[in-house]
Design a protein around this ligand. Sequence first.
Ligand code: ATP
Length: 652
Amino acid sequence: MFLRSEGRSGPGSGGARYVHRGSSPHGAGAYAGAVTDTVEAPADPAAATQRELPHDPATAPDAEARQSRRGGWKLMREVAGANKRWTVIGISASLFWTLAKIVIPLLALGAIDEGIDPYDGQALAFWSGLIVLATAIVGGMSYLRRYSAFAISLKAEAELRRRLFDHLQRLHFGYHDRAQIGELMARVSTDAKQVQLLLVFIPIFGANILMIVGVSIVLFALNAQLAAAALASLPLLFLGAWRFSSLLHPVAMGLQQRLAAVSHVVEESLSGIRVVKGFGAEDLQVRELGNAADGVYDRGIALARLRATFNPLLEVLPTVGLVAVLWVGGRQVIDGNLSVAALIAFNSYILQLVFPLRMTSFIVAQVSRASASASRLHEILATDPEIVERKDAVTLPEGSGELRFEGVTFGYHHDRPVLRDLDLVIKAGESVALVGPTGAGKSTVARLVPRFYDVDDGRLLVDGVDVRDLRLSDLRDAVAMVFEDTFLFTDTVRANIAFADDDAEDAAVEAAARLAGGHDFVADLPEGYDTMLGEHGFSLSGGQRQRVAIARAIVANPRVLILDDATSSVDPTKEHEIRGALGEVMRGRTTIIIAHRPATIALADRVILLDHGKVAVEGTHEELLRTSPRYRAVLAQAAARDEAKPEAGAAS
Ligand code: ATP
């Protein structure tokens, strides 16, 4: 079974957004949830500044940055090793490829020395045969090396994405409250890609190192003096590469950060396209994207400048080696101390070093970018979920969903409680309407029930058990939420209703839709329950979407149903159609209904007026209307807000 939760818009706009669609943090149960929620930004600016983002390793203090870099490397090692078979094949192929390449000039030397000068047809055929064999090995190994490079790196990339996505699902709401979706998407897509782009070069890079070492050994074995002259400039290369790498890392980190910023602007602008267009803010958004894109350009150019500076060194080194071989070797040939064939072999070896040396610049740059990306990925993976199931968690006992808040204190920031010492009992099967001024903490009460957040003090019991002692999958199976702004997936009506239970029979889906008052409009859709809903189901009206959401909750058959402002986006004149459905669904089921319209509130057995995180007054709707001026004032304010919302109920 699944956690049933709909998207919801907070009362304010521009608030922090969080998305959660997850599987059980412990794999113990089959919990998987889907929540998209938009939360009002804290009212005061000081609170806004506290909404820090997941920190970026580029700006982290030194020790933290080092730790994150080490973590990034460890992560790369782990994912690179995920495809062991191809890792072994890739390393072996690189080894044989390099050996064959190194041997070829030696074979040519043999052919010249023994087959050509003096001429010996048999020896020439023998050496030529060996050269053909070595070349065939080079070809075969080259295929294996490249194939394994992709097999290793693509597998690693997939593994990285899987781990990240899995971890993001498990992370608590508090994390997602602060995270920027575009930034997270950039990490899952471009950062994972950067790691792949490095890993694909690992077998080539390994072969290059082997080639440099192997060629050096052969050259020294052939002629130590000439080898020393040819390779004298190599230490300079390694020094340069080391310096290049240390300069590159922060630039690469900045580049990844700027790419994430672009991703964030695009995601936010497109998600909020209706607000952008509604306020004619397209140009502003385009300018914002331009600024973010300029950041990418600046960092990209800085990276290019560094590479361009390092490149001449790599271009020049092999030529220096060639000149040294001709100069020193030429004199040795003239003096009769070296054969022409040996000089040619030497030259061939130096030419073999050209490609590996040229690649160094690219690989060092990619190492920096991948290590920056891996650090950013590690930073997410190193964040521990705060809402975790206890090892000795118990299953939810039989019951009908009694909720008991005992002295509950909770705040999104621990120093600013939203709920203060809240005592509240909702009897099994009872429906309670939570009413209160905006920001009173009504939604917060609701979010504590499925443990989206843990209480700071006191406890919350479901059927007599503290929610922190329960198996998460049990708890979330038992609680279903319907929010104001329903999130519908790009899928059929049927799949959207059966989201909580893949195995739900068609009859169960239809029965739920009937109960939610949605069957008639679904039957009128072009393909009935098989009609695909557009992106976010926007092709349905607000009321229709709400009915799909309510049907989704019914399919889950929860012990506790939470309707968080579930009808407030529906035109008041149409609300009665949904109200009937709600009445049906709530009957005999523990329900918390957060609402502000009297007719909806009246559906509940009891009304709780919440103010400043405490129960101010309680009773039936009629009682409170008669006895509580505060209650009347809250309803009047809500009605005034409703009237000021001409677009309510319009199709989204
Ligand atoms: P409304 O009727 O306007 O929806 P509410 O009574 O449901 O309001 P809550 O959403 O529970 O109020 O919010 C209570 C307080 O907690 C508000 O001050 C709000 O700004 C703050 N708040 C809500 N969600 C978050 C969050 N995810 N992070 C930080 N603060 C939050």
